[in-house]
Design a protein around this ligand. Structure first.
Ligand code: C2E
Ligand code: CA
Ligand code: CA
Length: 705
């Protein structure tokens, strides 16, 4: 038969510490009778050692002992692990107030005086045992709570709404990057200063109001810790009411949600980015594409979608394995990223920074959005750069392979109004590029291919035009109305193209601006005008000022001032030998750099004229703030001034306004006697136009002066 074990409840353990043998024995006997197991020690030191070893539930501690007395022993035990909640009964020899008080101060829970009443003693021992258990439970649950809070990164605080005194737990302080034990009995202001701080005035105000109005609240905020790391804090407060419903406490928690935030971000990253290349994935791409679409529709701007595919990817992946394929994809992504950065700065002439987004569309396909492009050529330039950025020979896994890419381009709005249509059309165009033998780009619209091609050929030709001396300047005289004297000339560039003959500036200046070649052209114009003026001076001709058309494109970035200064100096010309014409839109940019450039030009003694005045925004404020010297009334107003009353009114207004600001007014495009007569009557200062002379070569101009 199996024996049945009934588990006996464990007996409580009492430790008796007393230097006196007799009282130790009697006390031990009394406790044993009361149901305790007994351990005995004859000194404080021994008692402490036994406490550490046996962890008794009750200690009866004689106060009067040689060497270490009972008070010191008690204090020492309280400091040790488990000593916080063990029940200690102090046995005092004398029933005097002082030693009783001292016993409590040292950490005793209760006391008995000798001689001991043994019946009372055993009751007291049992009572203390019960109290000790409750205390131990409380202590343990408190420390569990603290531990749990630490693990969960939660801290608590409370406001006693009766007296507005507050408490903050150490864990709450820890979460906020502060140290120390609990803060107790602090004011609401101290509470808020500690929990939130001055960094977050809105949050501060919200919580302050919730406390004042006894409301439950939730806030989330960021806190910069002393080590300047950022912590995300979730804070919640709830009003606790008495049975009668009166608000009694506001109990709150603070939670460190930094890890959660990071996890969220990681999830977002995984959801929106391609882990192999680090590029945006298709989801994010479609998302962005739709917002670019919306933006472009609203702003009536154009953008291009580029669909790029690695030509040999399938073979490389099949023959060399996925690992090689992955490396090739990563390399390609990196090169796209690098190449895009350069495209941004050169190809796009918009004043707003263009936004380019690159994404991996899947497999070996990449897609790019080039937003706010000035013309399809910008997209073509980007495509050419992308193709050029991919090295033809790459070593992957120790093996040399040849790589190239094909790109298809669709343009909004011509090639589609919606994301799907644009993507499909870019894809089709890419397919055509592949059929073309790869390593090239194609627009969805065939006509764009041709247009872009001819512009690129022109761009190519322009690159050698300066060296081949194909450019020349023509000069159109500018005369005074009063005495018809020639005051100066506007220099207008001419390109004698080896195959196409003379080409008007309207045909090639915009391309030069887009490709960046305008920088060289501006430089050439400045040099040539100064050189010519010197020649005329040396010939002893009547001095004239030459007006230069400086393209507004990146005017401020061209070190124009330096160029002008160098050339004036080189040819020993005064500043008034030159005038600079800029269009209104240059001033409209109103950037500090433009202001600085114009001031620099004026400091050289060179006058600044506003070209084509009346066609742009024609705002008075910038004319005054830029200290413009000359206004050139646009040809379109002059053209119909004799038959259109409205044009006459505008012309008169421009002249009156310009004169009141101390500016000189020049009329452009005077073709007839009638126009000449009217403008003169209105008080215009100078004129130029076919009426007197078209732009003419330097040799001819010389004869006029
Ligand atoms: P713009 O500065 O408004 O130049 C005046 C244009 O009007 C010139 O055309 C000139 O030939 C033309 N014109 C002059 N008088 C008359 C007239 O009585 N009737 C008519 N119908 N037209 C007249 P062009 O030379 O073809 O230049 C066109 C534009 O090209 C210029 O407009 C200017 O914006 C630009 N441009 C010309 N040369 C340069 C240059 O060296 N650098 C830059 N950046 N742009 C230039
Ligand atoms: Ca001009
Ligand atoms: Ca003009």
């Amino acid at each position: 038969m199996d024996s049945i074990h009934i588990k006996q409840p464990k007996k409580p353990l009492a430790l008796v510490v007393d230097d006196d043998n007799a009282s130790r024995i009697t006390m031990g006997a009394a406790l044993r009778k009361a149901g305790f197991e007994i351990e005995q020690a004859a000194s404080g030191e021994n008692g402490i050692a036994l406490f550490d070893a046996k962890k008794p539930d009750l200690i009866c501690l004689d106060v009067m002992m040689p060497q270490m007395d009972g008070f010191a022993t008690c204090r020492e035990i309280r400091k040790r692990p488990g000593g916080e909640y063990v029940q200690i009964l102090m046995v005092t020899g004398l029933e005097d107030n002082e030693s009783i008080e001292e016993a409590f101060r040292a950490g005793g829970n209760d006391f008995v005086s000798k001689p001991i009443n043994w019946t009372m003693f055993s009751h007291r021992a049992h009572y203390m045992l019960r109290a000790g258990e409750a205390l131990k439970d409380l202590y343990l649950s408190r420390s569990f709570l603290a531990k749990t809070q630490e693990i969960a990164k939660i801290g608590n605080w409370q406001v006693d709404l009766q007296n507005n005194l507050c408490t903050i737990s150490p864990e709450a302080l820890h979460i906020l990057g502060l140290s120390g034990g609990p803060r107790e009995e602090i004011t609401v202001k101290e509470l808020l200063d500690t929990l939130i701080g001055t960094e977050q005035p809105d949050i501060y105000a919200t919580v302050e109001e919730a406390i004042r109005e006894r409301k439950t609240f939730t806030v989330n905020f960021q806190k910069t810790l002393i080590d300047s790391s950022i912590r995300y804090i979730y804070m919640y407060g709830e009003v606790l009411r008495t049975e009668s419903g009166a608000p009694e406490f506001l109990l709150g928690v603070v939670h460190d949600s930094t890890q959660m935030k990071q996890a969220e971000e990681e999830i977002r990253y995984l959801a929106f980015y391609d882990s192999l290349t680090g590029l945006a994935n298709r989801t994010l791409f479609l998302n962005r594409l739709n917002s670019v679409l919306e933006h472009s529709k609203r702003k009536k701007q154009s953008f291009a979608l580029l669909f790029m595919d690695i030509d040999q990817f399938k073979q490389i992946n099949d023959t060399m394995g996925h690992h090689a394929g992955d490396i090739l994809l990563k390399n390609t992504a990196d090169m796209i990223k690098q190449s895009i950065r350069r495209v941004d700065t050169v190809a796009i002439t918009s004043t707003e920074e263009p936004h380019t987004l690159v994404a991996r569309h899947g497999g070996d396909e990449f897609v790019l959005i080039l937003s706010d492009i000035a013309s399809p050529e910008s997209a073509a330039i980007a495509a050419r750069r992308l193709i050029a950025a991919i090295p033809q020979k790459q070593v992957i896994d120790g093996q040399e392979i040849s790589v190239s890419a094909s790109i298809g381009i669709s343009v909004f709005p011509e090639d589609g109004q919606e994301a799907n249509a644009l993507l499909k059309h870019a894809d089709i165009a890419m397919y055509h590029a592949k059929k073309n033998g790869g390593n090239n780009y194609q627009f969805f619209k065939k006509s764009l291919n041709r247009a872009v091609l001819s512009r690129f050929t022109l761009e190519q030709d322009m690159k050698s035009a300066i060296a081949n001396k194909e450019f020349s300047l023509h000069f159109q005289p500018q005369l005074q109305f009063l005495n018809r004297g020639i005051m100066g000339a506007e220099a207008l560039i001419r390109w004698n193209h080896p195959k196409k003959g003379f080409m008007p500036p309207d045909k090639f200046i915009p391309i030069a601006e887009e490709s960046g070649l305008i920088l060289d052209i501006n430089k050439w114009v400045i040099e040539e005008a100064c050189r010519q003026n010197r020649i005329w001076k040396d010939k002893g001709l009547h001095p004239v000022r030459i007006a230069l058309n400086l393209s507004g494109y990146k005017l401020a970035e061209q070190n124009i001032v330096q160029l002008l200064e160098q050339n004036l100096k080189k040819h020993s010309l005064p500043g008034d030998a030159i005038e600079v014409e800029v269009t209104e839109n240059v001033l409209m940019r109103d950037t500090e750099a433009i202001v600085e450039t114009l001031l620099g030009i004026k400091n050289l003694g060179i006058k600044v004229a506003i070209d084509d005045f009346g066609t742009g925004y024609s705002s008075l404020s910038y004319l005054t703030s830029f200290h413009v010297d000359v206004i050139k009334i646009d040809r379109s107003f002059v053209m119909h001034c004799s038959d259109k009353e409205k044009n006459r009114v505008i012309i008169k207004a421009i002249i009156a306004m310009g004169h009141s600001l101390g500016m000189k007014i020049v009329a452009e495009g005077i073709e007839t006697e009638e126009q000449f007569r009217l403008l003169k009557e209105y008080g215009c200062d100078e004129y130029q136009g076919y009426y007197f002379s078209p732009p003419i070569p330097a040799i001819k101009f010389e004869k006029l002066i």
